[in-house]
Design a protein around this ligand. Structure first.
Ligand code: CA
Length: 224
């Protein structure tokens, strides 16, 4: 899952980034409200973690614009204890949830899982093709009953491929969805990760699931 965090307090922003990355999320952070709104409306995110008091556009103004433009992005507000009115207004404007600072990273993780589940539907917690299954809640990956250990980044990559079997993802799409926006598209990181994933997922299996479409990108076969 890819999360945008808009928070101007650098310490909190870096605490949130580290905590979420350790849990396998892909995280973009920005410290200015204008940049935050621009990213939220132009990049693919699964959820937005939004501070209220920000330089440039404040959090509530960002939220209002997103909802006015019918952007369905789930939003978790970060609020100070004193910001009761803002919290209520935020919920009325269409925030999905809020957290009061200070908070534990586990609370934020739980809320992010809850709000994104509401959007994607609870039925999508298990992705599967042929004998490959991926449990997004327990983060277990199995091929034919054998456990596969994946790093958080490999997990996210496989998740994106498995969300739409048969559909080819281009390198650029994979970069955008699996790495942060400041990622350099000139590197061969995608190829390297696909190779690692192949080794772990397809390995010696007679049926190969991960397919390279030369010059275009990669996909997981829908009907292997
Ligand atoms: Ca702030």
């Amino acid at each position: 899952m890819k999360i945008l965090v808009v928070e101007d307090e650098k310490k909190i922003a870096s605490f949130v980034r580290k905590g979420l990355e350790a849990q396998g999320f892909v995280v973009d952070v920005c410290h200015h409200g204008d940049d935050g709104y621009a990213l939220a409306t132009t990049r693919p995110y699964d959820a937005l973690v939004l501070d209220i008091m920000l330089p440039g556009r404040d959090g509530l103004s960002i939220l209002r614009s997103l909802r006015e433009h019918k952007v369905p992005l789930p939003v978790v507000l970060l609020t100070a204890r004193s910001e009761l009115n803002e919290r209520v207004e935020g919920l009325n404007l269409g925030a999905d949830d809020y957290l009061t600072k200070p908070f534990f990273i586990e609370e934020l993780t739980a809320r992010l899982h809850a709000v994104t589940r509401r959007v994607t539907g609870a039925g999508r917690s298990i992705l599967a093709v042929a004998d490959l299954t991926m449990n997004l809640l327990t983060r277990e990956v199995r091929r034919g009953g054998t456990n596969i250990e994946l790093t958080p980044r490999e997990f996210t990559l496989l998740e994106h491929l498995l969300r739409s079997p048969g559909r080819v993802l281009t390198r650029v799409q994979i970069c955008e969805q699996v790495w942060s926006y400041d990622f350099d598209p000139g590197t061969n990181l995608v190829e390297v990760y696909i190779q690692r994933l192949r080794k772990k997922v397809d390995g010696d299996a007679p049926v190969k699931l991960i397919e390279t479409i030369r010059g275009v990108g990669y996909r997981v076969k829908a009907h292997p």
